[in-house]
Design a protein around this ligand. Structure first.
Ligand SMILES: CC(=O)N[C@H]1[C@@H](OP(=O)(O)OP(=O)(O)OC[C@H]2O[C@@H](n3ccc(=O)[nH]c3=O)[C@H](O)[C@@H]2O)O[C@H](CO)[C@@H](O)[C@@H]1O[C@H](C)C(=O)N[C@@H](C)C(=O)N[C@H](CCC(=O)O)C(=O)O
Ligand SMILES: Nc1ncnc2c1ncn2[C@@H]1O[C@H](COP(=O)(O)OP(=O)(O)OP(=O)(O)O)[C@@H](O)[C@H]1O
Ligand SMILES: N[C@H](CCC[C@H](N)C(=O)O)C(=O)O
Ligand SMILES: [Mg+2]
Length: 503
């Protein structure tokens, strides 16, 4: 194994000899005789600067090999490729450049995850919420935290933008390095099924792997639920297949979700279960949910304690149990966990209430799967005094088969469903609405413009009604074609309420 000393840090620049770096690839191709100093690794030619090692990735849209010349012109001193290239710099050939990228990034940044306590969270719904809960609990217990997920990446309070829920290995390893340098103790990270399947997390030395739940999503990518379940299972199967008493590994599994049985079998890690209905190591009992919060008895192998939280929804009890499991095995004291839970306010765009003084409730939520939409609407039904409005759409270039299902759920649990657009991307927004309408028998109000749809709901709402605006949560954009236009459900809702009040 390479020592960390190969990662040289001098006057703000980093560098490593090409030969030293290539040793990590264990490639059968002879090493090049040239040995430039590599000062960065890049997978995008547009990021390349002098001294870069450019890795050509064949993507879903274009082929990185086509940009190798451009990368060299910008200063790349070596290139990793799968296909023959004629270039004036050393070219290192590999069978799988995405895999090579993961190995090289891990080595270049000094295997940072070996120096961090990393908690990975996978599952269809609840990853962002659970990672935020873990972050807040750990911070309350005095730990310095790192966070990686859908909303952003964070080191302490410093935030960094993200393109993906789980970024490519290069971005990840660079961020982990920053975290080590910033003396982060614990990282809470979302691990998407795409990332697991594409090997974006190859080389990440997770200490704890958490499973929230498995329901339908992403069938555009995975095609079948079996493939989707298997991809998520890689997190557990790849969790250190050894019994290391210095750094034990833990799998935190939801006993109430059938997929946990498979994940239990696929991991060598110590399994800790949580649940409400099935006997588990960590359980919530005597759950009472009101409009202002939830209380339950938290049963753990250490002690049984009473928990109080401002959060509502049964799904949040599950997210809390998952976070409790992850924190307990990370040696956070139970007392600190319970104290932190009492303080948690919620996560941006997750059941976020928009209050501009109106006599009805407006909630912005990130439900964009059948299961999450059902959970959120069931929760609203528990406290709604009058009608429920739901403004909902389905993402373009994403799982088409969830569209009629989400439409059915919207109609089943609301009094006034309004179908609209949610990031149509390259698809015709009307075609997406038609896919949704296939799921329902009756006529539903369809307003393709999301701003108009939200405004319509808010103008129709009366005292004690509830308006749920689902699907975009924290997002501050709407993707139409290739355009990423500024759009924030919370701002649009607030403005509509304001206009109504001013009338
Ligand atoms: C389908 C998919 O996963 N696509 C990902 C993929 O993009 P891509 O294959 O289209 O890349 P590409 O544009 O063909 O480029 C190929 C290569 O050429 C390079 N290039 C490209 C242009 C150029 O001028 N020069 C150049 O070098 C690119 O940097 C890249 O290395 O590689 C990119 C870089 O890693 C990702 O950002 C991108 O995610 C896109 C944005 C995406 O929407 N992904 C979704 C499906 C996704 O991954 N979602 C999951 C889960 C979501 C959840 O449930 O929470 C996630 O983890 O985000
Ligand atoms: N444990 C859960 N079970 C079912 N639904 C949930 C759960 N937790 C949250 N939700 C619902 O799912 C929505 C998305 O939650 P969250 O952002 O935490 O999930 P995620 O797994 O990170 O999603 P993504 O795959 O987009 O990253 C929430 O707004 C809420 O409606
Ligand atoms: N991470 C999910 C987010 C979906 C959010 C929803 N607003 C949409 O665009 O479909 C995805 O990329 O499929
Ligand atoms: Mg997320």
């Amino acid at each position: 194994m390479a020592s960390f000393s190969v990662y040289i840090k001098k006057k703000g620049t980093i560098g490593m000899k090409l030969q030293t770096l290539l040793q990590h690839l264990h490639s059968f191709t002879p090493l090049t005789t040239e040995n430039p100093t590599i000062t960065s690794i890049d997978m995008d030619s547009r990021d390349v600067q002098q001294g870069s090692l450019f890795v050509c990735i064949k993507g879903f849209t274009v082929d990185g090999h086509d940009f190798a010349e451009q990368a060299v012109a910008r200063g790349a001193v070596a290139v990793v490729a799968e296909k023959p290239l004629t270039l004036p710099v050393p070219v290192i050939y590999v069978n799988d450049s995405r895999r090579a990228l993961a190995v090289l990034a891990d080595a270049f940044y000094g295997q940072p995850t070996h120096q961090l306590h990393v908690i990975g969270v996978t599952g269809t719904n609840g990853k962002t919420t659970t990672t935020h809960f873990i972050e807040r609990i750990c911070r309350h217990a005095g730990k310095k935290t790192g966070l990686i997920g859908t909303i952003n990446m964070k080191i302490g309070d410093e935030t960094y933008d993200v393109k993906n829920t789980t970024p490519e290995s290069l971005v990840l390893q660079k961020m982990f390095r920053k975290m080590v340098d910033a003396h982060v103790d614990i990282v809470a990270m979302e691990v998407s099924s795409h990332a697991l399947h594409m090997g974006r997390v190859h080389g990440c030395d997770f200490d704890v792997a958490v499973f929230t739940n498995l329901t339908q999503d992403h069938l555009d990518y995975h095609q079948t639920m079996e493939h989707y379940r298997w991809s998520k299972g890689l997190l557990f199967a790849q969790l250190g297949n050894r019994f290391d008493h210095q750094r034990p590994k833990f799998a935190i599994l939801n006993a109430d979700d059938a997929a946990s049985e498979e994940y239990k079998k696929s991991t060598a890690a110590t399994v800790v279960t949580y649940g409400i209905h099935h006997q588990s190591d960590i359980m919530a009992k005597h759950i009472e949910i009101t409009t202002s919060g939830t209380t339950f008895q938290l049963v753990t192998p250490i002690e049984t304690v009473q928990v109080k939280t401002k959060l509502i929804g049964m799904f949040n009890v599950y997210n809390l149990l998952a976070a409790v499991g992850a924190c307990l095995v990370s040696n956070i004291p139970l007392r600190a966990i319970v104290e932190a839970i009492a303080d948690i306010e919620g996560v941006p765009g997750r059941f976020e209430v928009v209050n501009a003084g109106q006599p009805f409730t407006v909630i912005v939520d990130y439900a964009h799967t059948p299961d999450s939409l059902e959970n959120v609407l069931q929760t609203i039904q528990q406290f709604a005094k009058k009608r429920i409005f739901v403004v909902v759409g389905c993402g373009g270039d994403r799982d088409r088969t969830k569209r009629p299902l989400m439409a059915q759920i919207a109609v089943k649990y609301s009094d006034v469903p309004i179908f609209t657009s949610d990031n149509p991307r390259s698809e015709d927004p009307m075609a997406i609405l038609n896919d949704m309408k296939q799921g329902v028998a009756e006529d539903v109000v369809c307003i393709v413009d999301r701003k108009e749809a939200i405004t319509y709901a808010i103008e129709q709402a009366e005292k004690d009604d509830v308006v749920l605006i689902a699907g975009k949560g924290h997002e501050t954009y709407q993707i139409i074609g290739k355009d990423v236009l500024y759009f924030d459900d919370r701002v649009v809702a607030r403005e509509a309420i304001q206009r109504r009040t001013d009338q």
